[in-house]
Design a protein around this ligand. Structure first.
Ligand SMILES: [Cu+2]
Length: 184
């Protein structure tokens, strides 16, 4: 009986997690303006992510060039509207808010623990402030040299990629990500 309860508990907690992937689109985050409330989320294949238009003027646009796994179609939601997308193809997805793509309003969805398109993600051309954000999520391999002081100051206020992943309670991916980083 105990065994059955444990199994049920695992299934249940999984489904709660899956339905719970909601990201707010905000004018102001904890440390900066124009943000997705969760910049990296990890989900299973078949899960849906919901983006809430808490503040107006934002949307979600997959970065078609190098930013999504092969076979993924264009996705661009309407500005100032809630958006949702069901992820059926595993891999890393990079997206931005079209009006604020140079202001650091970017996010990543990792589907099915699949990092096989990491090399492609690293080739995404982020612009403006988004370069720093992407660089911070060091799996992307950007090295910022021109404004190192600004970057360091900003970095000191942020969660690291490891911390973000750790906060999701899954440690295997942290190791994978760190190994990839060290390979750069
Ligand atoms: Cu925006």
């Amino acid at each position: 009986m105990k065994f059955l309860i444990i199994i049920f508990g695992l299934l249940f907690s999984h489904s709660v997690l899956a339905e719970d992937t909601t990201i707010d689109m905000l004018n102001k985050g904890e440390n900066r303006t124009m943000v997705f409330s969760k910049e990296i989320v990890r989900i299973d294949v078949g899960d849906t992510v919901f983006w809430k238009s808490i503040d107006k003027g934002h949307n979600v646009e997959f970065i078609k060039k190098n930013g999504v796994p092969e076979g993924v179609d264009k996705f661009k939601s309407k500005v100032s509207k809630d958006a949702e997308y069901t992820f059926t193809i595993p891999g890393i997805y990079a997206y931005w808010c079209t009006p604020h793509k140079s202001m650091g309003m970017i996010g990543f969805v990792i589907v099915g623990d699949d990092l096989s398109n990491l090399e492609s993600i690293k080739k995404v051309k982020f612009i403006g402030k988004s370069k720093k954000i992407a660089g911070h999520y060091s799996m992307l391999g950007y090295v910022i040299v021109d404004e190192e002081e600004d970057y360091n100051e900003w970095l000191s206020e942020q969660m690291t990629f490891e911390e973000v992943l750790a906060s999701n309670g899954k440690s295997d991916l942290i190791k994978i990500a760190l190994n990839k980083k060290n390979d750069l």
